[in-house]
Design a protein around this ligand. Structure first.
Ligand code: FCA
Length: 326
């Protein structure tokens, strides 16, 4: 039988080995749009995980395919063991998988799921995304309710569908919203596509302006899109053509700084609400999952879909508090 002393020494050694190992763990967190508050928040929570677990987090912004390729090589060269990525283009899927393998890096995706040449998701890459359709439906339900509360007749309302159809989660989000509106009697003929070139506010503003100029006869407007920035772009467009805020209902998805700044404006804008999603789960949890995969050989769940909570200008502080993010 081993003496107590031997056991104590052995376990102390094991703990030291573990600690040394944790220090050697290096994890990349690559995002497509580092300037967007959502991604800043993801990074912030991933940093929290790094501090708690004692690994090194390498944050890299990669806005196009070339930058993604060099980010992965860079992580490989600096001895990282794995990375989490939100890609600028999901069709880069097979290339990213190959590049990760060539650099001996474990790979997880967040937010936007990689697809193969056939357009189908790459199911063997662990992924955390949002429940896109359901969250879109929440947007649609809140919109129907507010249209009714304002006493508008749906035939007098135009819907700006700020779209980014090359991204499946974006399609699911906006279709979730429009399906609920249509089921509630919103005329399909009043739904106008505003395809954005990029998933930011400026691109959405440009896209939405075209729609508004083409339908100058419509009095009331509602706007949906894949994130807060998309909807904010549409709201800015309504302002720039002189539509009063009370004639506009925009509901976004995200709930990060872009939405909060808008809610904090002294008088209400057309940005009526947002569905708050969780940067903590997407940043902290994916980073911990990757750490456990590297350090403890625990494989992450293959697919995790997170939920959202509707927040309006007048209750968003409470909703954030209830979600434990304030
Ligand atoms: C996509 C969007 C982001 C955010 C994320 C969860 O990557 O572009 O704005 O909504 O999904």
């Amino acid at each position: 039988m081993r003496s107590l002393k031997a056991i104590v020494i052995a376990s102390a050694l094991a703990m030291m080995a573990n600690a040394a190992w944790a220090e050697d763990v290096k994890i990349g967190f690559v995002v497509k749009q580092p300037e967007e508050p959502w991604f800043q928040d993801e990074w912030k929570f991933a940093d929290q995980a790094a501090q708690e677990k004692g690994f090194t987090l390498v944050k890299i912004g990669a806005a196009d395919g070339e930058k993604v390729q060099s980010a992965i090589d860079n992580l490989g060269a600096q001895g990282a063991q794995g990375f989490i990525i939100c890609v600028p283009d999901v069709k880069l899927g097979p290339g990213i998988v190959a590049k990760a393998a060539a650099n001996d890096l474990k790979l997880m995706t967040v937010d936007d799921r990689l697809v193969g040449a056939d357009g189908q998701p790459l199911e063997d890459v662990p992924h955390m995304g949002i429940s896109a359709t359901k969250i879109g439906e929440t947007v649609g339900e809140a919109m129907v309710e507010e249209i009714k509360a304002r006493g508008w007749d749906m035939k007098d309302v135009g819907l700006i569908r700020v779209s980014y159809d090359q991204l499946p989660t974006a399609v699911d989000r906006v279709n979730g919203a429009t399906s609920v509106l249509e089921a509630a009697g919103f005329p399909a003929a009043n739904i106008f596509d505003a395809p954005q070139a990029k998933t930011d506010t400026e691109a959405a503003l440009n896209a939405a302006t075209t729609v508004l100029n083409q339908h100058a006869d419509i009095k009331y407007w509602v706007a949906v899109g894949l994130n807060d920035e998309a909807v904010l772009g549409a709201v800015r467009a309504t302002e720039s053509v002189g539509i009063p805020a009370e004639n506009v209902i925009g509901i976004g998805i995200g709930g990060a700084e872009s939405a909060i700044n808008e809610f904090n404006k002294p008088s209400p804008t057309g940005f009526f609400g947002t569905v708050i999603i969780s940067p903590k789960r997407h940043g902290y949890e994916t980073a911990v999952n990757m750490y456990d995969w590297i350090a403890n050989d625990e494989e992450p769940p293959m697919l995790t879909l997170t939920s959202g909570s509707l927040a309006l200008r007048d209750n968003y502080k409470q909703v954030r508090q209830d979600l434990g993010i304030e």
